[in-house]
Ligand binder design. Structure first.
Ligand code: FES
Length: 175
C-alpha cells in the first residue's frame, strides 16, 4: 500500500491527548521524542518505539506522534502505512498484546503467550479466521512493576497467568 492511497485518522487531537494523559505508555513515548528533541527526522525511530510500546500503531497513537512532532497527520500516517515493518491496527474485533520485555518474560510472559497461541491457534501478528481476536506482542510497555502484563483492548492487565489470559479470552468469546 502506498501513502497516496490512505487517509489520515479522523479523530480530534484534543480527544487523543485526553485519552493519552492516563496511559503511561504515551509518557514513555513522549520522553523518547524528547530525547530526539522532537526532530522531524526522528519520525521512523519514534514510530518504532511506539510499536514496541503498543504492539501496533493505532490512529490515536499516530495523531499523538503527529501533534508532538508538529507534523501533519497525513505525513505520519503515510510513513506508518508505507513501511512493511509497521503494523497498523489489526482487523480483529479484540486485541491482545502480550508484553515480552525482559521483566515480563522472566515472570512467565512466554507461558501466557503460549497459552493464548494454543487456544486461538494463531501466532503474534495474526488474527483469528473469524476476525474476533488479533494477537500481538510488545517490548516493555512501561509496566514492569506489574509484570507479566498483557494489554486487552487497550487496557493494561497486571500479573497475568495462562489462566487469567484464557479467562479474558473466554469473556470475549461468550459475547
Ligand atoms: S517488560 Fe513488560 S512492562 Fe516492562
Amino acid at each position: 500500500m502506498t501513502s497516496a492511497s490512505v487517509q489520515p485518522p479522523r479523530q480530534s487531537t484534543k480527544s487523543t491527548l485526553d485519552h493519552a494523559s492516563g496511559d503511561k505508555r504515551f509518557r514513555i513515548l513522549e520522553a523518547h521524542m524528547k530525547k530526539h528533541q522532537f526532530r522531524h527526522d526522528a519520525l521512523i525511530e519514534v514510530l518504532h518505539k511506539a510499536q514496541e510500546l503498543f504492539g501496533f500503531l493505532e490512529s490515536d497513537l499516530l495523531l499523538f506522534v503527529a501533534h508532538k512532532l508538529r507534523l501533519p497527520p497525513s505525513r505520519v500516517y503515510g510513513v506508518a502505512t508505507f513501511y512493511h515493518f509497521f503494523t497498523l491496527k489489526p482487523k480483529g474485533e479484540h486485541t491482545c498484546v502480550v508484553c515480552m520485555g525482559t521483566a515480563c518474560y522472566v515472570k512467565g510472559a512466554d507461558k501466557v503467550l503460549a497459552a493464548v497461541q494454543e487456544h486461538t491457534r494463531i501466532k503474534p501478528g495474526e488474527t483469528t479466521p473469524d476476525n474476533q481476536l488479533s494477537l500481538l506482542t510488545a517490548r516493555c510497555i512501561g509496566a514492569c512493576g506489574i509484570a507479566p502484563a498483557v494489554v486487552y483492548d487497550g487496557a493494561v492487565a497486571p500479573r497475568q497467568t495462562p489462566e487469567s489470559a484464557l479467562e479474558q479470552l473466554g469473556k470475549w468469546e461468550a459475547k
